[in-house]
Design a protein around this ligand. Structure first.
Ligand code: R2B
Ligand code: URA
Length: 322
């Protein structure tokens, strides 16, 4: 058996190295400098280990405003010093993405759709790697269309699936299609479900999430500028999706899951449903209700983070009475 040596942090060094954020690119090590162009950050211009080395949770979501609001919310929840209204955008040198660091939490916007989130993920994973981060958990917090669920339900993704309900992501590399698996972390998903039952604030389910490359035709909407199918055909597709375990539809989960899985990063996708797609396509819910819905994944993830950081008492283990 391998003798276990403990380093100054009290962890087994082999385990410590295993938990470091890794990239899967042999060329990176040969580069003298790495410019993270869309973040306006770089290995020569910024001290990434000093700026980001303590990150333990990365939360990503589509909208820059929502991710700023999340950063302010988590600042308040963690009771951190300083004024939460003064949290500034780390990526202020660019308007491609916004990034806020609040203690061990990084909150980043990714825009809409697979190409936008994929650029952000490449640079974010490299950032965590260059900063020597270890033992990091990633969350995508988003909105979605529900399939057979009441609006406002939070869906924790079991499998991120494509338009044919397959748990895979197709990436074109040098003109060839490469298929990557979209396995997410079951343990984190179950912990999140447990958090929801502790909060008792809103309905939460675990289900499959379908990721599409478009909001309109790709999600079977009848209300786009183009539509070539009938209401019956739309409903037949959504019913098949439901039979395949799909409970919500959004536009980033497969590439998020695939890239995290390849880099051995623990990840989860948590999206609130804004409508039930079996009932319609237009989002008619009043603005203030939508704002509250969009806070639900944030509340859930904040609870998870607080538990992990020891802010909340862990419920006592069940004991059997004799
Ligand atoms: C959910 O909402 C956006 C489209 O409105 C998209 O980014 C997604 O995944
Ligand atoms: N986001 C989506 O991608 N689809 C919806 O129906 C709602 C939000």
């Amino acid at each position: 058996m391998r003798p276990i040596l403990l380093n100054c942090l009290g962890t087994d060094p082999i385990e410590y190295i295993k938990q470091q954020v890794k990239v899967q690119n042999p060329h990176l090590i040969t580069m003298e400098e790495d410019i993270l162009y869309h973040f306006s950050l770089g290995t020569k211009t910024h001290n990434l280990p000093e700026m980001f080395g303590d990150i333990k949770f990365v939360c990503v979501g589509g909208s820059a405003n929502r991710m700023k609001a999340f950063a302010q919310f988590i600042h308040q929840e963690l009771g951190l010093p300083g004024n939460r209204d003064e949290i500034s955008d780390v990526c202020e040198g660019t308007d491609r993405y916004s990034m806020y660091k609040v203690g061990p939490v990084l909150s980043i916007s990714h825009g809409m759709g697979v190409p936008s989130i994929s650029i952000m993920l490449h640079e974010m994973i490299k950032l965590l790697h260059h900063a020597h981060c270890h033992d990091v958990v990633l969350f995508r917090l988003g909105t979605s269309g529900g399939v057979g669920l009441a609006p406002g339900t939070v869906v924790i993704t079991d499998k991120a699936v494509d338009y044919s309900f397959r748990a895979q992501y197709e990436q074109v590399v040098l003109g060839k299609v490469i298929t990557r698996n979209t396995q997410l972390d079951d343990g984190i998903a179950n912990e999140l479900l447990q958090c929801s039952s502790e909060l008792q604030d809103f309905p939460t389910v675990i289900g499959n999430t379908m990721c599409t490359h478009d909001f309109y035709e790709g999600q079977g909407r009848l209300d786009g500028a183009l539509c070539s199918f009938s209401l019956e055909e739309k409903l037949e597709y959504l019913r098949k999706a439901h039979e395949a375990g799909v409970r919500n539809i959004e536009m980033e989960s497969t590439v998020f899951a695939a890239m995290c899985a390849i880099c051995d990063l623990k990840a989860a996708v948590i999206c609130v449903t804004l409508l039930n797609r079996l009932d319609g396509d237009q989002i008619t819910t009043p603005h203030d209700v939508l704002v509250e819905y969009q806070q639900r994944p944030q509340v859930l993830v904040a609870h998870f983070i607080k538990k992990r950081l020891g802010y909340l008492p862990t419920p006592p283990a069940l004991t059997l009475e004799h």
